[in-house]
Design a protein around this ligand. Structure first.
Ligand code: ASP
Length: 449
């Protein structure tokens, strides 16, 4: 039995929905389907989730919201009409949108998440109705009925372990099940959404709960590339990757897959295949627990901008017990999440996503570090980028760091920071954002050409 997830571009309009129902019908083991909200139909288009968020903001600010409501309603209604479905499907979607708007108007904190979930919910209602319309038994299954239980946490829901057992019971159902991605319910029955892009998380949770043989994730690329194709033209495609490699790659800017999403599938050792809705016969990229030996040590280069480096230096820091903890405690007190914390003898850097430290918070944090830790220097460098070279084979090879360093030298890019986790699956380099492309291109030619 396969669990199949379709991303936003795969349900963006009636034409795409036709393609996905063909994909579902072409393989009887594709039994459980998870869908995203309708995404962009063309570049410059707006995703339904973004439309719902701006609708919700207008409602909350008591502004006129007719226009945004109209755009959302047109998108759903035109899909429903083109697919030849009854207007009842729209009435069900509309009832949920209206109920969520009423919650926001009452100041209920669930309102915004409820409204955001209407994109995936609408897709699932449409897709299940269309499969039935084509004569194949199918049902819409709400995440509550499916048993997706979550904990509400800032930044997005976290799945609770109880979910997996409940989900397993869906195996008893005969028909095709269509589940909306992106949200679950707390034990107190509150609807909570995952972080953005979170339909991937639902897909992976469902695949793990059902102990699927395969979790197929359909998107709009033939396979995962070893580097961002916006930076390197026509890069190599990856036919297989391990979970750990994919996790590292998606963390640093591989937008193909949500970085948290693999964990549930990974724990159950369910193989994941990334495939293209627009070219379903292409083999795609397989992600598995372990791979036999293969050529090359570095399998991918990930890169992302939007980081900052908080640098502190204090003479004899290495002898001061508790320094690191106290520095990180200040960040914790101020609600700032950090990504990496490489340290030296007299200095320590903490790498954060820039959005974690808006200017106002920066002043408070810097002042507290000066006052409480009596450091010699504290410095914030913004506009940093992280580049990560990834590959399971790296820990058995000599000279990877040296090849990487010479690639930076060839590109005349200064490395601001190097960090290698003890897993040795990845090596990370901090550079100034403006040097990102040159460095990535040079690393690509060193490791892949
Ligand atoms: N629709 C949600 C978003 O745009 C979740 C998803 O598409 O995976 O973030």
């Amino acid at each position: 039995m396969k669990v199949v997830k379709f991303g936003g571009s795969s349900v963006a309009d009636a034409g795409q929905i036709n393609k996905i129902t063909d994909i579902i019908e072409s393989d009887p083991s594709r039994k459980v389907i998870v869908v995203s909200a309708p995404g962009k139909r063309y570049s410059g288009d707006t995703k339904v989730t973004d439309l719902l968020i701006s609708l919700g903001e207008s409602v909350a600010q008591k502004k006129d919201y007719e226009e945004s409501y109209g755009i959302i309603s047109d998108r759903f209604q035109s899909m429903i009409a083109e697919l030849g479905l009854s207007n009842d499907v729209w009435n069900q979607i509309k009832a949920k949108i209206d109920a969520s708007i009423a919650l926001i108007q009452k100041g209920d904190k669930q309102g915004m998440d409820a409204l955001k979930s209407c994109g995936e919910d609408g897709s699932a209602l449409i897709v299940s109705a269309y499969i039935q319309y084509k004569g194949v038994p199918a049902s819409y299954v709400n995440p509550k009925e499916a048993g997706i239980l979550v904990r509400d946490q800032p930044g997005g829901a976290i799945v609770l372990d109880e979910s997996f057992e409940k989900l397993y019971q869906l195996r008893n159902r005969e028909e095709i099940l269509v589940i909306p991605g992106f949200f679950g319910f707390t034990p107190e029955d509150e609807l909570v959404t995952f972080s953005r892009g979170g339909s991937d998380i639902t897909g992976s949770i469902v695949a793990a709960g059902l102990k699927a043989e395969l979790y197929e994730n359909f998107t709009d690329v033939d396979s995962v590339y070893c580097v961002n194709p916006m930076i390197v033209e026509n890069p190599k495609q990856l036919t297989s990757l391990t979970y750990r490699e994919m996790r590292e790659l998606s963390y640093a800017g591989f937008s193909v897959f949500h970085d948290e999403a693999l964990i549930p599938a990974f724990k159950e050792k369910i193989p994941v295949c990334i495939k293209n809705t627009n070219n379903p016969s292409a083999p795609g990229t397989m992600i598995v627990a372990e791979l036999p030996e293969r050529d090359g040590d570095v399998v991918g280069i990930a890169s992302d901008t939007g980081f900052l480096n908080l640098y502190v230096s204090k003479y004899l820091m290495n002898r001061e017990i508790g320094f690191g903890r106290r520095l990180l405690q200040i960040l914790e007190d101020e609600g700032v999440s950090f990504e990496h914390a490489p340290s030296g003898i007299d200095d320590m850097s903490v790498v954060l996503r820039e959005n974690q430290l808006p200017k106002v918070k920066e002043e408070i944090v810097v002042q507290r570090i000066k006052d409480e830790l009596e450091v010699d220097m504290v410095l914030i460098e913004r506009e940093m980028a992280m580049i990560m070279i990834v590959g399971e084979g790296m820990n058995q090879s000599v000279g990877i760091a040296s090849s990487a360093a010479s690639a930076f030298r060839k590109a005349k890019v200064n490395i601001e920071m190097i960090n290698q986790g003890s897993s040795e699956v990845s090596m990370m380099f901090g550079v100034k954002s403006q040097n990102l492309s040159a460095a990535v291109q040079s690393l690509y030619s060193t490791f892949f050409e």
